[in-house]
Design a protein around this ligand. Structure first.
Ligand code: SAH
Length: 282
């Protein structure tokens, strides 16, 4: 399933901004360090930390026009770098890859070395909230499955200054694909990502935060399963056996499984959307 956004009607109307809320799901009464350790076990060593694929990355890159021969690229929330490596292969660019998990940055370095693109990549362990790159310094900012940490609107606003005039921004963001999502999906995401918006609302935000030439597409359902939910489900099944006598951890694992099961049923109602846009040249 690939839905094309309608570029012509993209980003016109204006409505009041929605409230941004933080995702939080740790059960009370348990040491945070113990819970962090299960999150690490759930995520480390997997091919990706969010839905996507080389094809989706390249398709989004294809919407970016007029990059210089050696573009300067910033990849925010790069994780273990599946898309970073793809960008390095597809451009002759220099990429600054930012994440707060050193383990992911180390995995990225290893994968980039194997792929022969390490000289193009510099990893930086810094929060997206603390980035202090010079203004107007990147031709392209990339962020797959990570802008939600900042908030879609806040991230677009904050990162704009790092782009050269006429520079491009490509982000993927979980979005509602239908006006009235099924109650089960609406309730799940009201708990887990209450700030999720429709494609139309995200388009308005793109306008309001001063970007132009917006385009994009919905990431195919297959990309969720092949590279993210599929490997995640296998990991959850292993950890359910390992922690069979730990009810707190089993609750977390059941929540993860619930997310996979929900998407299996309701993948028409929500999805990851790649939004590609440009900072005006002046
Ligand atoms: N882009 C990768 C990873 C997406 S998961 C992919 O698509 O596979 C989101 C990533 O954002 C994780 O690697 C997480 O460690 C990182 N992250 C979370 N909070 C962050 C912050 N404040 N600053 C930078 N990166 C952050």
């Amino acid at each position: 399933m690939v839905r094309r956004l309608h570029a012509a009607s993209f980003c016109r109307r204006h409505v009041a901004p929605l409230t941004q809320t933080v995702v939080g799901f740790a059960p009370a009464g348990r040491a945070v360090s113990a819970l962090m350790s299960i999150f690490r076990e759930l995520t480390e060593g997997l091919p990706r930390q969010g839905p996507g694929s080389p094809e989706a990355t390249l398709r989004a890159l294809g919407l970016v026009r007029g990059l210089p021969e050696h573009p300067k690229i910033l990849d925010v929330g790069c994780g273990s770098g599946a898309q970073t490596i793809e960008l390095a292969r597809a451009t002759k660019g220099q990429i600054v890859a930012v994440d707060i998990r050193q383990r992911f940055l180390d995995e990225l370095t290893e994968h980039a070395r194997e792929a022969g693109v390490l000289p193009q990549i510099t990893t930086v362990n810094i929060s997206m909230f603390d980035m202090d790159f010079p203004a107007d310094s990147f031709d392209l900012i990339w962020s797959e499955g990570a802008i939600y940490f900042a908030g879609f609107a806040a991230g677009l606003s904050a990162w704009r200054r790092f782009l050269k005039p006429g520079g491009w921004l490509a982000v993927s963001e979980l979005s509602w694909l239908v006006p009235n999502p099924p109650a089960e999906a609406a309730q799940f995401w009201a708990r887990n990502y209450p700030a999720m918006k429709s494609i139309e609302r995200n388009c308005q935000i793109i306008n309001e935060t001063g970007y132009v030439d917006a385009d994009g597409f919905v990431i195919p359902v297959q990309d969720w399963w092949d590279n993210y939910y599929g490997p995640g489900q296998t990991r959850v099944a292993e950890l359910r056996k390992k922690y069979a006598s730990d009810p707190d951890i089993l609750t977390i694992l059941e929540d993860a499984q619930r997310e996979y099961d929900l998407f299996r049923v309701h993948c028409d109602a929500y999805g990851y959307v790649f939004f590609v846009m440009r900072k005006p040249a002046q």
